[in-house]
Design a protein around this ligand. Structure first.
Ligand code: FVH
Length: 291
């Protein structure tokens, strides 16, 4: 499998295409619109203006566009669908597990092998030791996809047969990341308000990463083992700390939205009578048990 076709040359699609070309693949690429200014020299990637021609050129076709709606718009062309017959389609656009299941159904109907993937990396991380790609779908298809995905990320993890697994993990991980980023932006304002360098905050978080992720792991174990009553960090003490953070924001003249949100949501555990349980009791609140 030395030839790959890339559909979608946005920031991520272009990074994927360039990396595959660098790894020795013959890369054909198609994008809905002409390559953006400054991207006319895509580093060994050959543009095709006709999508069906691009698809016919390779046994493996990767699609990475804005979302599944965009992917469906691309694949709705019957000539393209027929060109994909007998080939492997690797979906790397972001979507929901249901999007992935629908795409898998579509692929079966057209005789296309299919794997669904989720990229855990920014475009500049593609091909690096920090990049990860999660994959789900039939094992035979995964085994064909693996040699193409391996140059793109040091960690390419196969999650199993149900096509929605990668999308489910993607949404769960992004929910963690996006909340962490909001916390970071608030924390960066705390640093700024006290005249501290924000770069030092980033460096400290990097240094503390093993400690912080061990805490997250402990939360997962608490939920899995239903051991909420063994509270090391109770929901009450976390809610009180969030109140302190909200008071600090007011004192420092920082927007209060993030700490006020935290105080409100952790406070719900206290109101529900779970204050003396491990803070992981918030999982039960978010599950909707106590509404
Ligand atoms: N960039 C990132 O950091 C994240 C990292 C994690 C994974 N995501 C997902 O990757 C998908 C593509 O993201 P992207 O960063 O490449 O996005 P854009 O630079 O905005 O490019 C979008 C491409 O999609 C094409 N497109 C959009 N709508 C359609 C359509 N209806 N028909 C055909 N193509 C369409 C667009 O084409 P054009 O506007 O240039 O003509 C771009 O090629 C995404 O799912 C992320 O969540 C990236």
């Amino acid at each position: 499998m030395s030839s790959v076709t890339m559909i979608g040359l946005g920031a991520m699609g272009l990074a994927l295409a360039r990396r595959l070309a660098h790894a020795g693949f013959e890369v054909r690429a198609w994008n809905r619109t002409a390559p953006k200014a400054g991207l006319q020299q895509p580093g060994g990637v050959r543009f095709e203006s006709d999508l069906a021609t691009a698809v016919l050129a390779s046994p493996v076709v990767i699609i990475c566009v804005t979302n599944y709606e965009a992917a469906r718009a691309v694949l709705a062309d019957r000539e393209v669908a027929l060109a994909l017959k007998g080939k492997l389609l690797v979906q790397l656009s972001s979507g929901t597990p249901q999007d992935a299941r629908d795409a898998d159904d579509w692929a079966r109907a057209y005789g296309v092998e299919y794997v669904d993937g989720a990229i855990m990396a920014t475009p500049s991380q593609i091909g690096s030791a920090q990049a990860a790609i999660l994959v789900s779908g039939l094992e035979d298809a995964w085994l064909k996809a693996r040699p193409v995905l391996s140059p793109l990320a040091a960690n390419v993890a196969y999650l199993g047969g149900p096509p929605g697994l990668a999308a489910a993990a993607d949404i769960a991980i992004l929910s963690y990341l996006f909340c962490a980023l909001l916390g970071f932006y608030h924390g960066a304002n705390v640093y700024r308000a006290e005249g501290l360098p924000i770069a030092a905050f980033g460096a400290m978080l990097e240094q503390l990463a093993p400690t912080l992720t061990q805490m997250v792991r402990h939360e997962a174990d608490t939920i899995t083992n239903d051991s909420y009553h063994e509270a090391q960090s109770s929901a009450r003490i976390v809610a009180e700390t969030a109140d302190t953070m909200a008071r600090h924001a007011q004192e420092a003249g920082i927007d209060r939205e993030i700490p006020a949100f935290l105080a409100n949501i952790f406070g719900k555990a206290v109101t529900a009578g779970l204050g003396e349980q491990q803070v992981a009791a918030l999982f039960k609140i978010l599950r909707g048990d106590h509404v």
